[in-house]
Design a protein around this ligand. Sequence first.
Ligand SMILES: [Zn+2]
Ligand SMILES: [Zn+2]
Length: 416
Amino acid sequence: MIKAVKGTRDILPPSSGVWNRVEAVAREVFRTYNYQEIRTPILEDTALFTRGVGEDTDIVGKEMYTFEDRDGSSLTLRPEATASVMRAYIEHRLDQKPGLQKLYYIGPMFRRERPQKGRYRQFFQIGAEAIGSDSPAVDAEVIEMVLEVLKRAGLTGFKLLLNSVGDANCRPAYVAALKERLQEVAPGMCADCRRRAETNPLRVLDCKVPQDQPIIDALPSIHDHLCDPCKQHFEAVTAYLRDRNIDFEIRPRMVRGLDYYMRTTFEIVHGALGAQNSVLGGGRYDGLAESLGSRVHSPGIGFSIGEDRLVMSVEQEHPDAHHPALDLYIAPMGAEAERVAASIAYDLRSSGASVELGLDGKLKRSLELANKLAARFCLILGDDELAAGQFQLKNMTSGEQEMVTRESLPARLNSR
Ligand SMILES: [Zn+2]
Ligand SMILES: [Zn+2]
């Protein structure tokens, strides 16, 4: 028997309904902030990620699905979308368009991670990018927007973690201080940390090995090394957030796993997921365009929500989220009733109601099915009802039954 590839999965109803609602909420929030959708290919030139995301990141070093195409070129299934959005921005000269480019995406990404709860090798991200400004006001607006998505998706009890990772001006001095300190402490750390202490000391801060955490907490803080413009940027972002009454926690050692981040980085964590509790991450990437070969300075900031984990959190907080919105189940009994039922169903569906049209059958089984489908109402059509021009409408929640005419039916369905 052929099964889904390890680390991938089918998203089935009723869970797919939660996915649809989460995506609808995100699209609606993005619309109100004047973001528009961008759809980039799932396949990209491998160099996009080695240059954009960084050679020594876990993503590029260990997790990419890279293969040689028939013409010998190296292709990769996108492990994230920011590099793709920036590639499209450069390729189509979107910097020439008026104002900020505010783009969002929803789609699958691919990373060959060790499968574990809430993590998949094909996973989905909902993300947005605001490209064309280095103003801290944009950082604050992006953060406000993503919090709005989470709130409207029904999530509560999440926490915003904030940091600055400096820029090309001040980060080198911090990295040097980090490297110096690591020469003393790295021998007691994990193999990845020992290697990265030499190759890319910032990545040591991303280590998730529990024994290394106390050592990492005692490493130098970037906040002691930020240059004045970076310091001012960070202070402005926090001031804008306070203006909006947005709570946050500063995490000086949160650098996030991608090379392109600079200045503002943020993460939102949610309790329902235990240790693997990051629902989304984001940050500023003012040098990404240049690292992809653009001569136009195109500062930007964005985030990506792990949709799999967001849906899991929503399902945990709202066990009733799975109920499909079925307004009416029609139970016809007899051939003539089936014909009338089809015509009633058509009218109701045209006016926007969701209707399941049952097949000719016994009343008891029809009511059982209506119940299992979580229909709000069940309409019963037998010979007597057809002759009288009145039908029995059963409220499946209260159990109440009443007689309705075909004309009065839509109004009854609309009343809650
Ligand atoms: Zn480590
Ligand atoms: Zn700086």
